[in-house]
Write a protein that binds this ligand. Structure first.
Ligand code: 9D3
Length: 261
């Protein structure tokens, strides 16, 4: 059983999320993913239930106190039985990637530490944290949304969560490329006096042509928007000779990235 213990000042943020969408069954009782919430305020023992204070050395904002976090962490690890990895969500962490989600889905779970304010007293982090994870180079107000992002990404990898077992094999980041475009009914969408047809190849019934078109679209998009991913896919040997031929065409401007009209 995969278990995540979440230490947070805002436990109420988690329930609505865990009760919604395709991942709901992963979090439901009897499901493959157990989440235990550890409301940090309950571990603040002074009269004012303090969880933060001013930074030594001065400066703006507040710092989360080590002592309430220590009590919550020790309680969470004791409840688990065996010591688990401790992930701290932080703007200075390694980026959250699909590879990390797979690692988490295959592991025993973790204790997730969600910070608020300017950050957490470094001594608490030095004692406990095994990994720091960031959502990217932008500023949030705390670690709860990153924790939810990790839970969501892990939940959909677990057996039985997605209706179609092949769904995540087709995920763009599994292939290391951006996804191709998707279309559904109507075949021609008439809007504002204009006709927006579905790319004809998708109506052709020729599955080899369709696969090739989708691969070409994915490569063209990735080359345009995320050239770094093309470089990684190439370095990892994930591009076929056909891919390289398609990329050469794309570079020569011979493949429109947008829907043919
Ligand atoms: C002035 C320096 N700030 C760092 C950019 C301080 C600061 C801002 C926001 C410290 C912590 C936070 C709260 N952010 C998170 O807890 C956080 C986060 C994020 O802000 N961006 C991307 N990933 C993450 S993971 C946790």
């Amino acid at each position: 059983m995969l278990r995540f213990d979440i230490i947070t000042l805002f436990p109420e943020l988690f329930a609505p999320f865990m009760q919604t969408g395709v991942t709901r069954r992963a979090f439901a009782p009897g499901g493959p993913l157990a989440v235990e919430l550890w409301p940090l305020r309950e571990h603040a023992l002074d009269t004012y239930r303090r969880v933060d204070d001013r930074p030594y050395g001065g400066g703006p904002g507040m710092v989360m106190l080590a002592e309430p976090l220590e009590r919550a962490l020790v309680a969470a690890q004791a409840a688990r039985g065996a010591p688990a990895p401790v992930i701290h969500f932080s703007p200075t962490g390694e980026p959250l990637t699909q590879a990390l989600l797979h690692e988490m889905a295959a592991g025993e779970g973790a204790v997730l530490l969600c910070g608020r304010y300017e950050g957490i007293d470094q001594r608490l982090l030095d004692r406990h944290v095994t990994r720091e994870v960031s959502l990217g180079d932008f500023v949030l107000s705390g670690g709860e949304l990153p924790a939810l992002a990790l839970l969501d990404g892990v939940a959909r990898l677990l057996p039985g969560v997605l209706a179609d077992a092949r769904s995540h094999e087709q995920d763009s980041f599994e292939a290391g490329l951006l996804d191709c475009p998707h279309y559904s009914r109507p075949e021609t969408w008439v809007v504002d006096g204009a006709e927006w047809p579905v790319p004809p190849v998708l109506l052709s019934g020729h599955h080899a042509d369709i696969d090739r078109w989708r691969r070409e679209q994915a490569l063209a998009r990735t080359a345009r928007l995320r050239p770094d991913l093309i470089a990684s896919a190439r370095a990892a040997g994930r591009l076929t000779r056909l891919d390289e031929a398609l990329l050469a065409q794309i570079a020569a401007g011979q493949t429109p990235d947008q829907t043919p009209r």
